[in-house]
Design a protein around this ligand. Sequence first.
Ligand code: MN
Ligand code: MN
Length: 468
Amino acid sequence: MAENMEKTTAQLLKEQLFHKTKNTYDELEDAVIDAAYDYAEGYKKYLDAGKTERECVKTSIAMLEADGFVPYSFGMPVVAGGKYYYNNRGRSLSAFVIGTESIANGVYFTASHIDSPRIDLKAHPLYEADGLGFLKTHYYGGIKKYQWTALPLALHGTVMKADGTTVDIVVGEDETDPVFYIDDLLPHLAAQQMKKPAAEVIAGEQLNILSGSRPYEKNLPEGIKLNIMKTLYDKYGITESDFISAEISAVPAFKARDIGFDRSLIGSYGHDDRVCAYPSLTALMAVKNPVHTTMAVLADKEEVGSEGNAGMQSIVYFDIIADLAKTLGVSDIVVRANSKCLSSDVNAAFDPNFPEVNERKNSCFVNNGVVITKYTGAKGKSGTNDASAEFAGYVRNLLDAAGIIWQTSELGKVDQGGGGTVAKFIAKQNVDVIDLGVPVISMHAPYEVVSKTDVYMTHKAIEAFFKA
Ligand code: MN
Ligand code: MN
């Protein structure tokens, strides 16, 4: 067929009237794709440096301070163009830039989360059984327990000792470190286990972490436990009672790596939701002297319902906005009413190996760009924010004007399951909010997968939002 053959009326009508799904590799210039691959290098470093919310806060603060952000405390004066961050107990972070126009016109902010599913130690973790030393655990967030066995694990955490000092623990990340392990049954003896439903293959109380086998001295009862405790005491100065005032988590000991011959994908622990937290930070820093006041919120505890004083349901996030409003002589009621938020969280990418859980026309696909999710929820949209047509339209037009490749999605087929994000807690504060983020393959697995071009489109989308 000749290339210059004229299009039929029907073809032209289709172009005019039908929605066209776009793919980043078809639409983007090579230079933009190259920029996406460069951007991924910084993102991988961020992932490796932050495997817990506390480490993400520290890593993010280092990035912000290098860019001129300074610590904020309630009541302090602020100036237009000023760059600040509020560190909430080392577990969550709000970074913001004061706009050149009145804050009465609203704060433009993103809300992502920096906690990820993992295996936490109990308050009394140490024990030995039949010649092996273990740590008792309580898993955190929605995991398939069987996925967390027979993998190298690293321990990350913070301990407050009896003397009131705190010590940070990281074991298993350096190549010379030992790692930890949750054992599983050999297939030869697993006939009964293999007949169980997947949810019961590994029980919660079987997620015990193998931590040693050598006793402190010969023929000593609890000698293995003592040897582990002595090692911890020598290195960190902690005793068994100190586990009571500790947050120690086992996470996969893997580093973020490119996936595939073409290196187009990134495999890592904890993409959900650092894959939105990192673009929120980079976009915040990229937009200098914004017109609106811009803010990136990195919240904790999303994976357990956004509870606690660092979860998105905490009043602290809106206390910061109220405090800024007060300092700048504006009602916080007015500020919230005019604020806009991108609830920046991941969605489940369509997986051709499991097509049955998605409805193809309303799914997000890897490499089709940043995904807008108007509503989440389960069953009859139960528990959803459900952004307004007007706000969905605002975001869609904003992204089109900025040349962003984007797509929309639900979270799975109707009645297949479902889930939620922090969006509904932000909407409660009289803020327009919609979910926007990155499609993820194998979400909540120890090693998740995202696309480099999708991550970069998320950075560019949030940048466009902050520039608006
Ligand atoms: Mn998430
Ligand atoms: Mn999640």
